[in-house]
Ligand binder design. Structure first.
Ligand code: NAD
Length: 295
């Protein structure tokens, strides 16, 4: 199948590579020349623009940072929807506001284009391994169309509900992730301040009632998990500013629905302070620096 892939960052690049490895003809585009050079070295075709990428595509996949990028691409200056052929399937895997997904889907529907939201969980490790979890918002028929492509990039595919529902599921998950990374960081920092070995303490908690995803796969303390961003100077991974965006989406939603999310609000404030302190571009697990004893 001819696929256009737009947004080749930490997540998009490995996802596009998995579609290419599965035998699809992938034409990729990103605003960053570095990102394009990396993808070209992997044997994928590189487009001159988003408009060029979608020419002749039967499916379009987007993996962009935030709502404004998705809305700007499809409806804004570029007005990409106008360049996409009727009947094309568009899968947006970015984490954005549900209302933005619904707005773009409505404009797409008017042009006979199938647009679904399919945000992901699993981190860059999951994107590379092709083991992501997809949370899909759309109709049964749209999910059926998307499933063969999603299966090449992920291991778990959930139908959350109508368009936008995937985004709602995703912000609930990421609010919990943001909170548990702060809590895990606090617990490890407390143990280390008392002379415990972070590896031993992490293993004790992983196998006890405090066990969670950060302790399993994404330890915030350097050297505990060899492949985690913490062991690579907090480079790559899931940026603090992206976590801050997701916690903001969760709070906006909580305000609109009068939901009570006190820890989600506190976590947003902690990541905001961490970002302001200059760590916005580091992986979000660097939030441990907020609670670690200096010196
Ligand atoms: P990233 O910042 O590494 O990559 C985003 C890419 O989009 C960049 O290469 C940028 O140049 C490109 N881009 C921006 N606007 C563009 C445009 N108009 N046209 C073409 N390219 C454009 O971000 P990421 O970590 O890959 O995350 C992407 C999305 O996935 C975000 O919504 C994030 O919240 C979500 N997400 C990330 C992770 C993770 O672990 N990194 C996990 C799950 C979900």
């Amino acid at each position: 199948m001819q696929i256009a892939f737009i947004g080749l960052g930490n997540m998009g690049a490995p996802m596009a590579i998995n579609l290419h490895k599965a035998g699809h003809s992938v034409k990729a585009f990103d605003l960053s020349q570095d990102a394009l050079a990396k993808i070209k070295a992997e044997g994928l075709q590189v487009a001159a623009s988003a408009q060029d990428a979608v020419q002749g595509a039967e499916a379009v996949v987007t993996m962009l940072p935030a709502s404004q990028h998705v809305e700007g691409l499809f409806l804004g200056n570029g007005n990409l929807l106008a360049s996409i052929a009727k009947g094309t399937l568009v899968i947006d895997s970015s984490t954005i506001a549900a209302a933005t997904s619904q707005k773009v889907a409505k404009a797409a529907e008017a042009l006979g284009i199938d647009f679904i939201d399919a945000p992901v969980s699993g981190g860059t490790g999951g994107a590379i391994a092709g083991s992501l979890t997809f949370m899909v918002g759309g109709t049964d028929a749209q999910l059926q169309r998307a499933r063969p492509l999603l299966e090449k990039m992920g291991a778990n595919i959930f139908h959350a509900g109508a368009v936008g529902a995937g985004q709602t599921a995703k912000i609930c998950n990421n609010m919990l992730l943001g909170i548990l990374m702060v809590g895990t960081s606090e617990a490890i920092a407390l143990g280390v301040a008392n002379g415990l070995d972070p590896k031993v303490l992490s293993e004790i908690m992983r196998r006890s009632s405090g066990g969670n995803w950060a302790l399993e796969k994404y330890n915030p303390f350097p050297g505990v998990h060899e492949n985690a961003p913490a062991s690579k100077g907090y480079a790559g991974g899931f940026g603090t500013d992206l976590m801050l965006k997701d916690l903001g989406l969760a709070q906006e939603n909580a305000i609109a629905t009068k939901a009570s999310t006190p820890l989600g609000g506190m976590a947003r404030a902690i990541y905001a302070a961490h970002s302001i302190a200059g760590h916005g571009g580091e992986d979000f697990s660097s939030v441990i620096k907020m609670v670690q004893k200096k010196g």
